[in-house]
Design a protein around this ligand. Structure first.
Ligand code: PRX
Length: 675
C-alpha cells in the first residue's frame, strides 16, 4: 500500500477563489469595508501564497510564526524533526518556554486589568470577570498548592471539574510547574473516571463539591469518591467550593478544600522552564476499541497552533471577546476556551450553562450582555435552536459578532443558513472548522476575510496542512476533481499529537500505519472542483453524537456487562438534531429471564450511563434473535448501518452473512422500534 510521497503532489486541483458555484461572498463585518471594524488579518489574495509557503518553506514559516507569537526563555534552533513514518515528530527543538507564562504572565505584565476570563454562571446574572492580574495570582496559588503536595514536573494531575474558572486555572497551574494535566469531562461516570485515573497513575485529583448545569446539580465529589475506591494511588483530592453544599462526602487526610490551601501559597511563583516537546496534557478520546486513548500533546507546537488559529481563523483583534461554548473536558474547550485565546492575550468566555437554560435565548443573551465578537458552537446546538423557533433570537442585537464558528461534525446547509440569517444577520463570517483531538487545532477551515464559505464544506487547509484524499482500498492518491476517499495529511504540523500515553505502538498503528507515510484522520472526505474539502464523516467505529465522539466498541462493552446480554452491536443512526444517535442491537442469552422489555431497556440504559456517562445513552435498544454474522462469527455491522440509515434496499452482497434470513427479522424489529 506504500505510496511514493510527493510524486503527484501538484496534481490536486488548484484552489479557485473566483466564480465558484455555491460560494457566498465575504460578509460586511469582516471584509474590511467598514472603517469602524478591524481589517481582516488575512486578505482574499493572501491565502494561496501563504498556504503554499507554509508547505514549501515550512521551516521558515514556522520559525517566523513561533518567534512572533510565543515568548521563549531559550530560543529554539531546529524547527522540525522526525516523520510520520518514524512517529517521532518534534518541533522547535532546543527551545524552552512555559505555557502558563505565555497564556498569563506576559498579558498580566502588559496590563493586569485586562479581562482574561468572563465566567457566565448557570444562573443568569451570576457572571463574574477575572483580570489577567488576578488570573496570574490564582494560577500561582494553585500551582504552589500542587507543589506543596509533592507534584513535580512530569507528574500527571487529573482534573474533573464543571465549567468554572478553576478548571482553566487548574490547567494553567499544572502547566506552570510542568505537571501534565488530564481533564476528564465532568459528564463521564465514576467508572470512566476510574479507568482514566488508573491508566494515568495520577496521585492528585482536582474536583468540586458539586457542579451546576441547566438548573440541575451534579454531585461531582461523590462521583470522584466512587471512582477513587479502586484507585489507591490517589493521595490527594483538592476540592473547589462551587455550590457550598453541606455534607460533602469527605475522606480525611486525602481531601482538602482548594481555597484553604491556596491561602497558604505565595501570589507569585516563577514558571518552570519546559522543553518545547515536554508534554502539556493528556486527553482521553474514543477510538475503534473499547479502551480510550490518552492522546498526548506537547507544549510549544500545540500552544502555537492554538493561538494562531484563534487569530487567523476567528480573526481576533485587540479588544475582542471570544466565546467558545464547548466543554473544557473536550479538545475544543482546551484549545478554544483556554490555550488559544489566552496565549493570544484576548478575553475568553467560560459558560457553565446550556443553550436551553433558562430558555432558548440564553446564548443570545450572553452574546449581547458581554458583547461577544466571536461565537463558536456545534451544529447540533444550532439545529436545536433552529427547531425552537426564530422568536428566541429575533429580539437580540447581536451586532458585536463578526465571526461565527462551527465544529464537531459537518453542518447541514439548512442549519448553516439559519445561523447565517438569524445570528449573523448576513454580516458575519461563518467558519466551519474541521479538526480533531489528535490534530490539536483547526486543520481545514475557511478564513473570515479571505476564503468564501460554501455551506456544508470545511473549505480549505490551514497553514501547514496538506490534505490528501486516498483510495481507501489501494491507498493511492486521488487527484481528480470530486475525488472522495480516506482523508490523510501529508506532512507533520506543529500541533499534531505526539503519542498515546503508554502506547506508542497503538499510536503508530492507528494514525501512521493505516496509510503508511501519512497521518490518517479517521474521516472520509471529498474535494470539489474548486479544491474545497467536504468532510463525509468517520470511517472507523467512532460515532458522533452532538459533537461527542463515542466508540461503538466502548458502548458495546458497557452493554455486554449486563448479565442478560449475549452480544451487542452498536451503530450510529442519522439524527435530525444530534447528527447521529446511538442504536444498539442486542441478542440476549437464551435462558435469560426478565420482567418486561421496558424494564430490561431501563436496566441496559443504566448500565451504559454507569459505565460511560449519560451522554452515551442509546436512543434505541432493540433486542433481536441474532445479529448478522459471518461464518466465523464476526458481526457484520454494515447490515445494521444500512438498516438504521433507511437504506435496507441497498444491502448489496449478503454472501458474507452466514444466515441471510436474519436480515428480514432485523428490518422488522427496527421498523417496530421506530414506529
Ligand atoms: O469526524 C470528524 C468530526 O469530529 C471528529 C473529531 O472528534 P473529536 O476528536 O472529539 O474533536 C471534535 C472537535 C474538534 C473528526 O474526526 N469533525 C470535527 N469537526 C468537523 C467534523 N466533521 C465535519 N466537519 C467539521 N467541521
Amino acid at each position: 500500500m506504500r505510496v511514493n510521497l510527493g510524486q503527484n503532489a501538484q496534481l490536486a486541483p488548484p484552489l479557485r477563489t473566483k466564480n465558484m458555484e455555491g460560494a457566498v461572498d465575504i460578509p460586511a463585518r469582516v471584509n474590511g469595508s467598514n472603517d469602524s471594524l478591524p481589517k481582516p488579518h488575512i486578505k482574499p489574495d493572501e491565502y494561496a501564497a501563504m498556504h503554499k509557503r507554509s508547505l514549501e518553506q515550512s521551516d521558515e514559516f514556522w520559525r517566523e510564526t513561533a518567534n512572533k507569537m510565543l515568548a521563549w526563555d531559550v530560543p529554539f534552533k531546529t524547527v522540525q524533526h522526525g516523520s510520520f513514518d518514524e512517529g517521532n515528530i518534534a518541533y522547535f527543538l532546543e527551545g524552552h518556554l512555559n505555557a502558563s507564562y505565555n497564556a498569563v504572565d506576559r498579558w498580566a505584565i502588559r496590563d493586569p486589568n485586562q479581562i482574561a476570563i468572563i465566567w457566565e454562571a448557570d444562573e443568569p446574572g451570576e457572571d463574574t470577570k477575572i483580570t489577567y492580574g488576578e488570573l496570574l495570582r490564582r494560577v500561582c496559588q494553585v500551582a504552589g498548592t500542587l507543589r506543596s503536595l509533592g507534584v513535580k514536573k512530569g507528574d500527571l494531575v487529573i482534573i474533573y471539574l464543571p465549567m468554572i474558572p478553576e478548571a482553566a486555572i487548574a490547567m494553567l497551574a499544572c502547566a506552570r510547574i510542568g505537571a501534565v494535566h488530564s481533564v476528564v469531562f465532568a459528564g463521564f461516570s465514576a467508572d470512566s473516571l476510574r479507568d482514566r485515573v488508573q491508566d494515568s497513575s495520577a496521585r492528585v485529583v482536582i474536583t468540586s463539591d458539586e457542579g451546576k448545569r441547566g438548573g440541575r446539580t451534579i454531585a461531582a465529589k461523590s462521583i470522584v469518591d466512587a471512582a477513587l475506591k479502586e484507585c489507591p494511588g490517589v493521595e490527594h483530592v483538592l476540592v473547589v467550593k462551587r455550590t457550598g453544599a453541606e455534607d460533602v462526602p469527605w475522606v480525611s487526610g486525602r481531601d482538602m478544600w482548594l481555597e484553604e490551601k491556596m491561602k497558604e501559597q505565595r501570589a507569585y511563583i516563577p514558571p518552570v522552564l519546559m522543553s518545547s516537546e515536554d508534554p502539556l496534557f493528556v486527553l482521553y478520546t474514543s477510538g475503534s476499541t473499547g479502551r480510550p486513548k490518552g492522546i498526548v500533546h506537547t507544549t510549544a507546537g500545540y500552544i502555537l497552533c492554538a493561538a494562531l488559529t484563534v487569530k487567523d481563523v476567528f480573526d481576533v483583534h485587540a479588544g475582542d471577546k471570544f466565546g467558545c461554548m464547548a466543554d473544557i473536558g473536550w479538545i475544543t474547550g482546551h484549545t478554544y476556551i483556554v490555550y488559544g485565546p489566552l496565549v493570544l492575550g484576548t478575553t475568553t468566555l467560560i459558560f457553565e450553562s446550556t443553550p436551553m437554560y433558562p430558555n432558548p435565548s440564553r446564548y443570545w443573551d450572553v452574546v449581547d450582555k458581554h458583547g461577544l465578537t466571536q461565537f463558536y458552537t456545534a451544529p447540533t446546538s444550532i439545529r436545536l435552536l433552529r427547531r425552537m423557533g426564530t422568536e428566541h433570537v429575533a429580539s437580540y442585537k447581536l451586532d458585536t459578532l463578526r465571526v461565527l464558528g462551527t465544529v464537531g461534525e459537518p453542518i447541514n446547509p439548512e442549519a448553516w443558513q439559519w445561523y447565517n440569517d438569524n445570528v449573523g444577520r448576513g454580516q458575519c463570517a461563518i467558519v466551519d472548522t474541521y479538526w480533531m483531538t489528535e490534530g490539536g487545532a483547526h486543520m481545514i477551515t475557511s478564513l473570515p476575510g479571505a476564503i468564501r464559505a460554501k455551506p456544508g464544506s470545511a473549505t480549505v487547509p490551514f497553514w501547514g496542512i496538506e490534505p490528501v484524499i486516498l483510495d481507501p482500498h489501494t491507498g493511492k492518491e486521488l487527484h481528480d476533481a470530486d475525488a472522495e476517499g480516506a482523508l490523510v495529511i501529508r506532512k507533520p504540523w506543529p500541533s499534531v499529537a505526539r503519542t498515546i500515553m503508554h502506547d506508542q505502538a497503538r499510536f503508530m498503528d492507528t494514525y501512521m500505519r493505516a496509510y503508511p507515510g501519512y497521518f490518517f484522520t479517521g474521516d472520509s472526505a471529498a474535494r470539489d472542483k474548486d479544491g474545497y474539502i467536504w468532510i463525509k464523516g468517520r470511517v472507523d467505529d467512532v460515532i458522533n453524537v452532538s459533537g461527542h465522539r463515542l466508540s461503538t466498541a466502548e458502548i458495546e462493552s458497557a452493554l455486554g456487562g449486563h448479565p442478560g446480554v449475549a452480544e451487542a452491536a452498536v451503530v450510529g443512526a442519522p439524527d435530525e438534531v444530534t447528527g447521529q444517535s446511538i442504536t444498539a442491537f442486542l441478542a440476549l442469552k437464551p435462558d435469560y429471564v426478565y420482567e418486561s422489555g421496558e424494564a430490561l431497556v431501563k436496566e441496559l440504559t443504566i448500565q451504559v450511563r454507569r459505565a460511560i456517562g449519560p451522554f452515551a445513552t442509546p436512543k434505541r435498544i432493540i433486542c433481536v434473535e441474532d445479529l448478522p454474522k459471518t461464518r466465523s462469527g464476526k458481526i457484520v455491522r454494515r447490515v445494521l448501518r444500512k438498516i438504521v440509515c433507511n437504506e435496507a434496499d441497498q444491502l448489496g452482497d449478503l454472501s458474507s452473512v452466514s444466515d441471510p434470513s436474519i436480515v428480514d427479522h432485523l428490518k422488522e424489529k427496527y421498523a417496530e422500534a421506530t414506529k
